[in-house]
Write a protein of this length. Structure first.
Lengths: 341, 293
């Protein structure tokens, strides 16, 4: 470029270059914008097509598709309450087990762990996210399910007075709500932990030092200075984990037992929205209504995860407010399995 | 801090000290608990998977015979590499381009925020839904002459990888110091040359790291392939046909009653995890080296 020729000619500087030389710049700018628009439109198009494909089932069954409890392929009736309940129970179990462990791990790594061991330990936790879901399923079917069966029996018999836990001690199968939920807990652990770490790192050192200076023990410092500050962000992380748990397919279809009924207790067999799609997809090929019902299950799944994710993102961005781009950074880092570490 | 009565700090009662110890112990225990599944999974993968890794495991295709040798996983490995390779070729350039739009052009413009928001939402979409999308749009209509096809699976994986690439690339591009951009612009370089010659080369290690992690994520996905590629036994380079892939082969092998086939599933799982872990470790090494520089 003729950067040395600083002569002002006309109404713009020579540095600006001729309109022709700015052409590639314009092209790039509009090209990149068009690309972004195209991706959004593509998503919208997919969404509309999915609605179209589920129309048959939704118009035939209406609200009972979600609230009615009768999923019977042989009679061609698709009332999927059992699927929705299964999805909620398994992801609920995943949250109950996964989130406390994940947050405790994040607290240990940020507040207690020796600085030198931190990256290695954080990487190991993140590696849990690298294990493919089909491998979790394989492990759940052949190792976790059978090995935990006697423990579940003992638990169900011992605590048989607690509703939803006791009852079916002798009828417990290797695949059930609890095993699927436990596998999901392991699968969401790295995500929840990574977001929590990211959020905990934003707690100002002054707050922690102030608590310690007032004579708080380390745990009291965590309880009174760290956790209240980080709560919205951790909530958001847990919600993102919930989104993952709801949408997980392969690990669940292998471990939930695939019975289209609402189980009586957490060690009962069940079904989930994602699992039913994966499992019945093959046989539905020649039955349009069945196929449409599976697409409707996909649509319900999509909408539930969308809502959960939107709430989650709101929490995370509130939790890391004030730091420009920190929320996005946390999500970006987590999306790639903790690359931001 | 201890009982030696310091005049400045109030005495810490035994109960408070005990609570502190117990809670710190619980936090440490939780970290150990979190790592137990990783150890167990790797142990069982090695214990059961290595048995399957015999001579012909990597050199034969599954044959579908009801008796005798069920064959190995050659076609699955190549199928995974072909499909993931194509998905990478699609998602990485588009992903980095969108990230460039966000950091270099869109910035705080409202449309950039909209794009950022939907990309975030996209990361939360279950992978099975991407599979359904492609199934509805491309498989049902027999686009390209065949129903299920490798390239359709690659598209589903690309959709899944795209938000990961965009988000990680944006984080990295934001780290490129503005002074570098300004220096280049001050020398009279047009924007596109600044992007091409200054921003992208500076961010290269980070972009590679994010891309590799996205590839690793796509490689392990089963659900989208189930609806787009389906399954085949033989080795094929034809991306317009049904293909075999590691995740789908593992998935179908798990439900098979024959022990040899379940063993093959463990061997294939070990192979898949090894591939994914290698990609992860390489990505992290690149990230670490670039940070030291």
């Amino acid at each position: 470029m003729e950067a040395s020729a600083t002569v002002i000619s006309g109404d713009h500087s020579a540095l600006e270059g001729s309109p022709l030389s700015r052409l590639p710049d314009r092209a790039l700018r509009y090209g990149l914008t068009a690309l972004a628009v195209a991706i959004l439109l593509l998503l919208l198009y997919f969404f509309i097509r999915l609605i179209g494909e589920s129309h048959d089932a939704l118009s035939k069954f209406g609200f009972s598709f979600v609230f009615g409890n009768d999923w019977d392929v042989s009679r061609n009736i698709y009332h999927g309450a059992a699927l929705v309940v299964g999805t909620l129970i398994t992801s609920g179990i995943a949250l109950l087990i996964g989130v406390p462990v994940a947050v405790a791990t994040a607290l240990f790594l940020t507040e207690m762990c020796p600085r030198r061991a931190r990256p290695a330990l954080a990487m190991l936790v993140d590696l849990l996210a690298a294990v493919p879901s089909v491998v979790y399923g394989l492990w759940g079917v052949f190792v976790l399910g059978p090995k935990l069966q006697p423990v579940e029996k003992w638990f169900a018999d011992t605590f048989s007075f607690i509703p939803f836990i006791g009852g079916g001690g002798s009828s417990i199968t290797p695949g059930n709500y609890f095993i699927a939920g436990l596998i999901l807990a392991i699968m969401i652990l790295p995500i929840v932990s990574a977001i929590s770490r990211e959020v905990l790192a934003t707690v100002p050192a002054e707050n922690k030092e102030a608590a310690l200076a007032l004579g708080a023990t380390r745990w009291e410092m965590i309880r009174m200075a760290v956790l209240p500050y980080a709560r919205p962000g951790i909530t958001g992380g847990a919600m993102l984990g919930l989104g993952r748990a709801i949408g997980e397919t392969i690990a669940v279809v292998l471990t939930i037992g695939n019975a289209p009924t609402i189980g009586k207790h957490i060690f009962d067999q069940g079904y989930s929205l994602a699992a039913v799609i994966a499992n019945e997809f093959g046989e539905a090929a020649n039955q349009p209504l069945h196929k449409s019902a599976l697409f409707a299950a996909g649509l319900v799944l999509f909408i539930i995860t969308l809502i959960v994710n939107i709430i989650a993102r709101w929490f995370v961005s509130r939790g890391t407010r004030g730091q420009r781009g920190a929320g996005g950074g946390a999500i970006g880092a987590v999306a790639v399995g903790g690359a931001g570490e | 801090m201890s009982t030696g009565a310091s005049p400045l700090l109030p005495h810490v009662s035994g109960r408070r000290r005990r609570t502190d110890k117990i809670m710190r112990g619980l936090l440490a225990a939780a970290t150990v608990i979190a790592l137990i599944p990783l150890v167990l999974i790797i142990y069982y993968l090695l214990y059961k998977g290595l048995k399957a890794w015999s001579g012909s495991f990597f050199s034969t295709d599954p044959n579908g015979n009801f008796f005798g040798d069920p064959g190995g996983v050659r076609s699955a490995i190549f199928g995974t590499l072909e499909i993931v390779g194509l998905a990478t070729l699609i998602s990485i350039p588009i992903g980095i381009a969108v990230a460039l739009y966000l950091t270099e052009y869109g910035k705080d413009h409202w449309f950039a925020s909209v794009v950022r928001y939907f990309v975030d939402v996209m990361t939360g979409v279950p992978s099975i839904v991407f599979g359904l999308f492609i199934y509805i749009v491309l498989v049902v209509s027999h686009t390209g002459g065949s129903g299920f096809a490798g390239w359709k699976g690659a598209l589903a994986l690309a959709l899944l990888m795209l938000p990961i690439v965009i988000r990680s690339a944006e984080v990295v591009l934001l780290l490129v110091p503005n002074s570098l951009r300004e220096a280049a612009l001050a020398l009279g370089a047009p924007r596109w040359r600044v992007v091409w010659r200054v921003v992208l080369p500076t961010a290269r290690p980070g972009l590679i790291t994010g891309s590799l992690l996205a590839v690793a994520r796509g490689m392990g996905e089963t659900a989208p392939l189930l609806f787009t590629v389906s399954l085949a036994f033989g080795l094929t380079g034809n991306l317009n046909s049904q293909m075999n892939t590691l995740p789908v082969q593992i998935f179908t092998d798990i439900t098979n009653p024959r022990n040899v086939i379940v063993t093959r599933a463990w061997g294939a799982a070990l192979t898949l995890v090894a591939l994914v872990l290698i990609l992860n470790l390489v990505a992290r090494l690149i990230a670490r080296r670039s940070r030291m520089a």
